[in-house]
Write a protein that binds this ligand. Structure first.
Ligand SMILES: C[S@@+](CC[C@H](N)C(=O)[O-])C[C@H]1O[C@@H](n2cnc3c(N)ncnc32)[C@H](O)[C@@H]1O
Length: 373
């Protein structure tokens, strides 16, 4: 496994993909030996975290089987890294929008291949970065300040209260069922007894006063710069995917549209949103946006089977054969469509108030802002 530190991600797709795809043979010992501010020494993981389930030629996580509806195999990991490259281009190289000031402890929930966490480790060498995921697919050779843990972020959190400067979540809208509860102070009241024997805290309590949470997502439904052509296959595909996920109890579009009010209701302050457009295809006039569109189209094209095979069979009751037949037109259209399609992309970031929250609103008398150092 090679690990390329400080790589220019815009150079070419192949170098991006070779940087972080985990080698299955190397996964055995990668989840212990924590040395940092994250005191996880007493957390042990059972063998089933490394087991997999195979279904319709795809590999899925076994730990908390069925929680996440997309594969974790090599093809899907490559797609995730391509998506990372596309998003970083879209964000002009930014790994985050929240105004971080010398962060010491960073948590990435649903870290996937860990590519964001690894690049964060390079950008903030003084910080400890912990990536959590259901799948043990992250590479072993990572910066010294980056660690990975297999765990379920919709279960108990073991991070101590007031310990994190920044919580990051990207592309988790199709995963998390109950965002308001995750954001809420009362999160721990919903949890079973701690399986690790450690105190359970809510994500919000885990943040330091003045710490930031940021949620980034590509809205998984296409929009069009012009009138949407009737029955456009890519748009139809994304609508069907949203419907299939609803059938599995996840309303990702609703969630993305409600991050902001939910964060406010949970008592976060300085809630801000950035909305961008990720073109699908090379239709933009300028080279930069056309490159984003190319990355995006390749990413979606390579991911069509992964996106649909479980959601459409489990959520809509289709047969695997029906899914395969359906995808033929979508693939063709992705390569030939003249429609100026794009995906809305959203980042929402918010700050834990410095003062206690009264009645869901920051204490009027209390200062809100980044603590002075
Ligand atoms: C679409 S991937 C995003 C990966 C990464 N955040 C990125 O942007 O590159 C979603 C990841 O979240 C993980 N995931 C889904 N539900 C989870 C949960 N409840 N706890 C921990 N990880 C979860 C999946 O295993 C998958 O690796």
């Amino acid at each position: 496994m090679s690990f390329h530190q400080g790589e220019d991600i815009s150079d070419d797709i192949d170098s991006i993909l070779s940087a972080s795809v985990a080698d299955d043979d190397e996964e055995e010992d990668g989840y212990d030996g924590y040395s940092s501010r994250f005191s996880l020494d007493s957390v042990s993981v059972s063998d089933d975290v490394r087991d997999y389930i195979f279904e319709n030629s795809r590999r899925y996580h076994k730990y908390y089987d069925g929680l996440y509806h997309f594969p974790n195999d090599d093809a899907e990991q490559e797609r995730e890294d391509l998506q990372h490259a596309m998003v970083i281009l879209l964000c002009e190289g930014k790994l985050h929008f929240a105004p971080l000031d010398n962060p010491q402890s960073v948590l990435d929930i649903g870290t996937g291949t860990g590519i964001w966490a690894i690049e964060m480790g390079d950008e903030y060498p003084q910080a400890d970065i912990l990536g959590i995921d259901l799948s043990p697919i992250q590479p072993l050779w990572v910066p010294r300040n980056v660690q990975f843990l297999v765990d379920n972020v919709e279960e108990e959190w073991v991070q101590p209260a007031n310990s994190l400067d920044y919580i990051h979540s990207r592309q988790m809208a199709p995963s998390i069922r109950d965002w308001p509860t995750i954001f809420s102070e009362a999160y721990n009241h919903f949890l079973a007894t701690s399986k690790h024997g450690l105190p359970v805290v809510s994500p919000k309590r885990a943040l330091k006063p003045g710490g930031w949470i940021e949620i980034q997502d590509l809205k998984c439904i296409t929009r069009c710069e012009d009138a949407l052509p009737a029955d456009e296959p890519c748009h139809r595909f994304t609508s069907t995917l949203v419907q299939a996920l609803r059938g599995l109890g996840i309303d990702c579009i609703h969630s993305i549209d409600h991050y902001e009010p939910w964060l406010r209701a949970a008592g976060f302050a300085n809630v801000q949103t950035a909305t961008l457009k990720a073109p699908l295809g090379t239709w933009p006039d300028n080279a930069h946006d056309a490159k984003i569109g190319l990355f995006n189209r390749n990413m979606i094209y390579s991911g069509l089977h992964a996106f649909s095979i479980r959601p459409f069979t489990h959520g809509l009751g289709w047969t695997p054969e029906e899914v395969e037949v359906y995808l033929v037109d979508v693939r063709k259209s992705l390569l030939t469509s003249q429609a100026r399609l794009y995906f809305p992309w959203v980042a929402v970031w918010a700050q834990k108030p410095l003062e206690p929250v009264v009645g869901g609103e920051p204490n009027a008398a209390g200062p809100i802002g980044v603590p002075s150092t």
